[in-house]
Design a protein around this ligand. Structure first.
Ligand SMILES: Nc1ncnc2c1ncn2[C@@H]1O[C@H](COP(=O)(O)OP(=O)(O)OP(=O)(O)O)[C@@H](O)[C@H]1O
Ligand SMILES: [Mg+2]
Length: 402
């Protein structure tokens, strides 16, 4: 498997997180959004984490999707506990053996030795402070898929606790707690920062730069080295293919592997074949989304349509929205029915709709917005069920029994 290192991007973020970059607000929290499968987790774990460690920072990484059944606060606590354990190290082990029930950490914090590593008895603020003080170094907490915290009250509380820890630990111009939050949907991540009641009000969401031409140059170089007969590699076509794959390295590498395989019976160059695979994938993805949409009940379609059209302004039951639902469903729609439809969209596997603890709704997959915009721009909205069109024409569907 090929992994392209992104040390430069990571190194670039460090001074900002440390509060040493003039006009950056990252020391108050760095919020990074990028679409699904574009390499967020890989970057955070393989590039940002080691870069922070090189800069003398203790890093705690937690992925809130790792176990969606568990309370995000507990997941964060467990990750901090795991980082705290080696710091307490020998002392803790010794007292544990001696049967001592509590130890004092950093001169102020009493920890129940039976609970080290499971700091559920501790507040997140205390745990982070203990980690900072026992390590004697700044702490960075990286929360992957942070928007998931907003789906439960416990998660919201954890986010407020993190904000409070930040405010307590970063007083006096020193940055002792760096927070990095990532997510695959900008709109959902926005809810952490965009209202006065949001825990990180005032922070900005940044787009994590997608892999681009430097990644393609790296891959092309590898190909040229391993298969000299393929030189020169047409990087422009590969770049176009990568973009058509939505900057998702997994699909790109898979297609590349197929056309470069000794078993591939390929006529001509491999680059156009990768591009063709990317275009095919785009079409397949679109067809899949379309058939999913068409399989929904009319009211569910109408609700989804309204969400696609309104984006973050979506209000499920206001008068105008209820009026909107009428046309595609052919009759009046009550708020109760609309709510039932929203729930149905949320309960599907995989879910189409996401709901925050405050009852705000958003689409689960931001890629649907692109699909909608593309179709609207091409005048192909709403999607038509081919079966229905035939019905309208008065004829029988081709596969109907005679
Ligand atoms: N720098 C890279 N070089 C090569 N491949 C990469 C790189 N970054 C990510 N990938 C590949 O892309 C795929 C997705 O990566 P990753 O899981 O990091 O993305 P993600 O954005 O966190 O995805 P998700 O939205 O599912 O959480 C993986 O198969 C990974 O191996
Ligand atoms: Mg991820």
């Amino acid at each position: 498997m090929i992994s392209y290192p992104r040390a430069e991007l990571a190194d670039h973020l460090i001074p900002a997180l440390q509060g040493r970059a003039g006009f950056s607000d990252a020391h108050n929290g760095l919020f990074l959004a990028a679409p699904r499968r574009t390499g967020k987790s890989t970057f955070l774990q393989r590039d940002l984490r080691p870069a922070l460690e090189r800069a003398g920072v203790v890093v705690v990484y937690v992925d809130l999707w790792a176990d969606t059944a568990r309370d995000p606060g507990a997941l964060i606590a467990a990750a901090i506990g795991a980082a705290l354990q080696p710091q307490l190290g020998a002392v803790a082990q010794a007292v544990k053996k001696a049967g001592v029930e509590k130890i004092k950490v950093a001169g102020w914090l009493e920890i129940d030795t039976s609970r080290i590593g499971r700091i559920d008895g501790l507040t997140l603020v205390d745990a982070l402070r203990a980690l900072h003080e026992t390590a004697g170094r700044p702490v960075a907490l990286i929360v992957d898929e942070a928007q998931h915290a907003l789906t439960s009250e416990a998660g919201e509380n954890a986010m407020s606790a993190l904000k409070s820890a930040r405010d307590q630990m970063n007083g006096g111009g020193e940055v002792n707690l760096m927070l990095v939050m990532s997510g695959s949907d900008r709109d959902k991540l926005l809810r952490l920062v965009n209202t006065a009641a949001a825990p990180f009000y005032g922070s900005q969401i940044q787009r994590m730069p997608p892999l681009g031409s430097d990644f393609i140059a790296y891959v092309a170089e590898l190909i040229a080295r391993q298969r000299p007969e393929l030189r020169p590699v047409d990087t422009a076509t590969l770049e176009a293919a990568f973009e058509a794959f939505g900057n998702r390295p997994q699909f790109f590498m898979e297609a590349l592997g197929q056309v470069l395989s000794p078993l591939a019976d390929l006529e001509g160059r491999f680059e156009p074949a990768v591009l063709a695979a990317a275009k095919q994938r785009q079409q397949d993805d679109e067809a899949q989304t379309e058939s999913e949409y068409l399989a929904l009940k009319p009211l569910e379609q109408a609700v989804l349509w309204r969400m696609l059209e309104q984006g973050p302004r979506f209000r499920p039951y206001d008068a105008e929205t209820l009026k909107f639902y009428r046309a595609p469903t052919g009759g009046p729609v009550t708020a109760q029915r609309a709510q039932a439809a929203l729930e149905a969209l949320r309960q599907r596997t995989p879910p189409l709709v996401w709901k925050s603890a405050r009852g705000e709704y958003a689409l689960e997959d931001a890629a649907m917005h692109r699909w909608f915009e593309q179709r609207t721009a091409d005048g192909r909205w709403p999607p038509q069920d081919p079966q229905h069109e035939l019905d309208f024409a008065g004829g029988k569907p081709p596969d109907a029994p005679t």
